[in-house]
Design a protein around this ligand. Structure first.
Ligand SMILES: Nc1ncnc2c1ncn2[C@@H]1O[C@H](COP(=O)(O)OP(=O)(O)OP(=O)(O)O)[C@@H](O)[C@H]1O
Ligand SMILES: [Mg+2]
Length: 253
C-alpha cells in the first residue's frame, strides 16, 4: 500500500511507476486504485470503467457474489489494475454504518493474493473508512513524504494510526519504509529533511535510499498515460523508481 495522510505527495505516481518497475524485475503485479479521485485510473488512460473497485465494495457490503475477475481486472502493457470511480466516495459513507466494515477490501483481495507477487493499493489523502480498509488488507505500507510540504507534520500521527491498525485489526501490517518524493537532491531542504528523518527514525524505520527527484518528466508522463519506464526510461526519476522496486523485491521472504 502507498499511503500518507497528505494529498499531492506522489502516492499515485509512485504506485503507477512502482508497478511497472516491479514488473521489469520479473514480478507479477496488480495495482488497485482505492481513491474516489481515480487519478491512478487516469494514469492508465481509462476514463469510464464498467466495473470499478466501488462496485466490488458494494457487492461485499450487500453480501453479493463478486463478478468474474476478467470483468474488473484490466490489463495494460503487461500490468494489471482495478480501476476506481467517484462511486467509491458513496462507499466511504456507507462503510461507516456497516458491521465489520474494516475488512471489506481485504475480502476482495484475499483470493487474488496467490495470483500476484505484489498487490499495490493507491490510497486517498485522508484517514477514513477507505484507508482503514486499505491498511486492513495490506502487509506493508510505503509512506511517501514530500520534503517541500512540511514533511514531518502529520507523519507521526500517520505512523501512530498504522500501529493502531496493527494492534487492533491487522497484525501483519508493517511500514516498509519512508520514500522521499519530489526531492531535489541538490537543495539544502531535501538534504535537511533526509537527515532529520534519519535522526528521528534511526533503528526504527527504513528511509529508502532512492529518493524520487522533482522533475517535469513525471507530469508529462502522467499526461500521456505512460509510466516512466516507457516515457523516459533513461531519466533519473525512472532509475529512482527502478532502484526502489529492486529494494522492495530484495526484501521478499
Ligand atoms: N517526482 C515528481 N516530480 C514532479 N512532479 C511530481 C512528482 N511526483 C508527482 N508529481 C506531480 O505532483 C502531483 C501530485 O502527485 P500524485 O497525484 O502522485 O500525488 P498523490 O499523493 O497521489 O495526491 P492525492 O493525495 O491527491 O491522491 C501530480 O500532478 C504529479 O504529476
Ligand atoms: Mg493520488
Amino acid at each position: 500500500m502507498v499511503g500518507a495522510m497528505k494529498g499531492g505527495i506522489g502516492k499515485t505516481v509512485t504506485a503507477f511507476n512502482l508497478e511497472y518497475s516491479l514488473q521489469k524485475c520479473g514480478r507479477k503485479v496488480l495495482t488497485v486504485d482505492f481513491d474516489p479521485q481515480s487519478n491512478l485510473t487516469t494514469c492508465f488512460g481509462v476514463e469510464d470503467a464498467d466495473v470499478t473497485v466501488g462496485d466490488l465494495m458494494m457487492n461485499v457490503i450487500g453480501d453479493e457474489d463478486l463478478p468474474n475477475e476478467g470483468e474488473y481486472i484490466r490489463e495494460r502493457n503487461g500490468v494489471d489494475f482495478i480501476p476506481s470511480s467517484m462511486q467509491l466516495s458513496a462507499v466511504d459513507a456507507k462503510l461507516r454504518l456497516e458491521m465489520g466494515a474494516e475488512r471489506m477490501l481485504a475480502a476482495i483481495l484475499e483470493p487474488l493474493r496467490e495470483e500476484y507477487d505484489y498487490i499495490l493499493i493507491d490510497t486517498c489523502p485522508s484517514l477514513g473508512a477507505l484507508n482503514i480498509n486499505a491498511m486492513a488488507a495490506a502487509d506493508e505500507v510505503i509512506v511517501t513524504v514530500n520534503p517541500q510540504l512540511l514533511a514531518m507534520m502529520g507523519l507521526q500521527d500517520f505512523l501512530k494510526t498504522v500501529r493502531k491498525i496493527r494492534n487492533r485489526i491487522n497484525s501483519r501490517l508493517n511500514v516498509a519504509g519512508i520514500l522521499l518524493t519530489m526531492c531535489d537532491a541538490r537543495t539544502v531542504l531535501c538534504r535537511t529533511v533526509m537527515e532529520q528523518m534519519q535522526e528521528t527514525f534511526q533503528g526504527q524505520l527504513r528511509i529508502f535510499g532512492s529518493r524520487i527527484p522533482n522533475t517535469v518528466k513525471v507530469g508529462e508522463s502522467v499526461y500521456y498515460s505512460e509510466p516512466l519506464t516507457e516515457y523516459v526510461p533513461e531519466s533519473n526519476a525512472c532509475r529512482a523508481y527502478e532502484e526502489l522496486a529492486k529494494k522492495v523485491a530484495a526484501n521478499e521472504g
